[in-house]
Design a protein around this ligand. Structure first.
Ligand code: UGB
Length: 432
């Protein structure tokens, strides 16, 4: 219990003061209360802000796991629109997926050159040296082709592209390529060649008007087919690799979108495409690097030492086939996500019609490089390779006017010239 003196010390010396003090205590209490409620509001605001930030972060994280998020904004849209602009009468506006890739960059340049609008799309993945893809992108940019940094699995991005550019055609060349790598990273094939394809077709189906689609299948769909040359009507139900299986799946998937939604579809079975700005993972390219660096190369052989052969097809011929496919494409027939009538569905071989053995390809490289290769022969490992490919191109000849004109000797000479000017004689050893 407090002493009297202590009690008095709590009391005011006058009642008025007591009144004043009680007012001031009330005011303080009020101030304190208001500041507590302000603090409470601030705290609430901060909690909400943190929650919003965290959920945004998790959205960005989950997105960036698969997609680049480097797209969007006024400047970006301006670049897309300008790149899509058509500069010839009756021209197209084409979305080229895989535009920073080997075939994609060549097709984009050819279309732009003749006055078509071209919007590129590429995810710049590191399956092979991305700096080569960046160089191709720079080349395209110098010719007025903008390559969007994004993934075909990004449905929002695709919808945005269709919203802001009047895309009449899609040239779908983005894919996980390579036959043997499928054993190392099978899911990358499912991600790009199946899931990515479906996402792209969904966007095409919803677009108004729907674009006509031309896309890259592969000679590998013939798999264990032994009948030569390979015709489009031959069996394709025995793929020898997961890569081939995903390309075959793509042919069936595109058929579904043609049948249900009226998308105009042209599938092109490319036969071992080679040339300047090519893919470093392919044999002719990696052999060139190894030969110049004095490293051994491994040449696979079939059973009983049978030499493997490929219907090597030069890039310029393939580009002509791609452009002719766009030119002869009929319009898609769907709208509002619904088919309004039967739509065109085509599949063509784009090959060279003259297979060359791998050892012969190596001796052509030796001749152009003026260096002898250190050759190691190895029995073909069971990793998806097929012994030979050989295209029958009569359908493409009749319907596309396709006529390859470059033989392997001439094509490899052009490739070697490009290679030496791009990398020099002995380029960096760290590249794939
Ligand atoms: O037409 C296609 O649909 C495919 O073509 C291409 O596949 P392939 O024809 O297998 O080309 P590529 O790897 O250059 O091997 C060429 C030859 O060299 C042999 N080869 C290969 C590597 C090696 O170290 N040694 C070797 O002998 C090998 O055994 C083969 O006989 C594309 O990569 C593929 O994405 C797809 O588009």
């Amino acid at each position: 219990m407090p002493s009297k003196a202590e009690q008095e010390s709590f009391l005011p010396s006058t009642p008025g003061k007591l009144k004043d003090k009680s007012h001031s205590m009330h005011r303080q209490f009020h101030r304190c209360f208001t500041s507590t409620s302000t603090m409470f509001l601030w705290a609430l605001f901060l909690v909400a802000l943190t929650a919003a930030y965290l959920s945004f972060q998790s959205f960005v994280d989950s997105g960036s796991k698969y997609f680049h998020t480097a797209w969007g904004g006024i400047q970006w849209e301006k670049q897309v629109r300008s790149s899509a602009q058509i500069r010839r009468q009756g021209g197209f506006s084409v979305l080229v997926t895989g535009a920073a890739g080997f075939v994609g960059s060549h097709v984009s340049l050819a279309l732009k050159k003749r006055g078509d609008g071209v919007v590129g799309l590429d995810n710049f993945n590191d399956y092979y040296d991305p700096s080569l893809k960046k160089s191709r992108k720079n080349l395209l940019s110098s010719q007025g082709v903008f390559v969007v940094d994004g993934d075909i699995n990004d449905a929002r991005l695709l919808a945005k592209l269709f919203e802001i550019a009047p895309l009449s055609h899609v040239m779908h060349l983005a894919a996980q390529a390579g036959v043997r790598y499928a054993m190392e990273n099978p899911h990358s094939y499912v991600h790009s060649n199946i899931a990515g394809l479906v996402t792209l077709l969904e966007a095409c189906k919803k677009a108004d008007p729907q674009p006509a689609v031309v896309w890259a299948s592969s000679s590998s769909v013939y798999g264990l087919n032994e009948k030569a040359p390979f015709s489009e009507s031959d069996r394709t139900d025995r793929p020898a690799s997961l890569y081939a299986a995903t390309k075959k799946a793509g042919e069936e998937i595109t058929h579904t979108y043609n049948h249900i939604y009226g998308l105009s579809i042209t599938g092109l079975r490319f036969f071992t495409v080679y040339g300047p700005w090519g893919r470093p993972d392919m044999a002719y390219f990696s052999f060139t690097r190894n030969i110049l660096q004095g490293k051994p190369i491994t040449i696979y052989r079939g059973k009983n030492r049978v030499e493997l052969a490929r219907d090597f097809t030069y890039i310029d011929d393939i580009v002509k086939g791609c452009v002719a496919s766009l030119d002869t494409s009929k319009k898609s027939t769907g709208s509002g996500g619904k088919k309004r009538g039967p739509a065109q569905f085509r599949i063509f071989n784009l090959g060279n019609t003259s297979p060359v053995t791998v050892p012969m390809m190596v001796s052509l490289l030796e001749k152009h490089l003026k260096v002898k290769a250190k050759k190691h022969f190895l029995e073909m490992p069971g990793n998806g390779d097929v012994p030979f490919t050989h295209a029958n191109i009569s359908s493409a000849q009749i319907e596309l006017g396709y006529k390859p004109t470059t033989d392997l000797q001439t094509g490899l000479r052009k490739f070697v010239r490009w290679y030496l000017s791009y990398y020099g004689y002995n380029h960096g050893k760290s590249l794939k």
